[in-house]
Design a protein around this ligand. Structure first.
Ligand code: HEC
Length: 119
């Protein structure tokens, strides 16, 4: 008789622990990682008011108008100074408007800075 009660008690304890575990085993909310070096964060630091849309447009310009004569050049391997020079050089070749050139510049420089380590 007592043996039975003990078994039931143990079973209940298990059931209780189990159900408790279930309800508390909710994953903690994913931490929102605010990437300090996302291209947008980099761009906004430099050009307050820079938008994701503008960077996306710069990327499109880079991938379409800047690949007509050669492949997409690697962004991270070139210094910022060199890029500014290349962009000045290449924008007329690609017939970019001043606005397109600005978007391209913001895209390239912020992508570069966000994807290189120190500097
Ligand atoms: C009308 C053709 C043409 C267009 C359009 C063009 N380029 Fe070029 N680009 C060249 C040529 C020619 C070279 C020299 C040969 C090479 O490096 O492929 C060159 C070289 C480069 C180089 C490498 C220079 C070096 O010393 O290694 C970069 C970077 C570059 N272009 C970026 C761009 C960007 C950014 C755009 C868009 C604004 C662009 N190019 C559009 C023709 C073009």
């Amino acid at each position: 008789m007592y043996k039975k009660l003990i078994i039931i008690g143990i079973a209940l304890a298990f059931a209780f622990c189990h159900s408790k575990k279930k309800t508390t085993a909710v994953k903690p909310a994913e931490k929102t990682v605010v990437a300090a070096r996302s291209p947008l964060a980099v761009a906004q630091k430099r050009w307050p008011g820079a938008t994701d849309e503008e960077l996306a447009q710069g990327k499109t310009i880079f991938e379409t108008k800047c690949t007509k004569c050669h492949g997409a050049k690697k962004i991270v391997t070139r210094s910022e100074k060199s890029w500014l020079h290349e962009i000045d050089d290449m924008s007329p070749k690609a017939h970019l408007t001043p606005e397109e050139k600005e978007k391209l510049t913001r895209y390239i420089l912020s992508y570069r800075e966000a994807n290189t380590s120190a500097d």
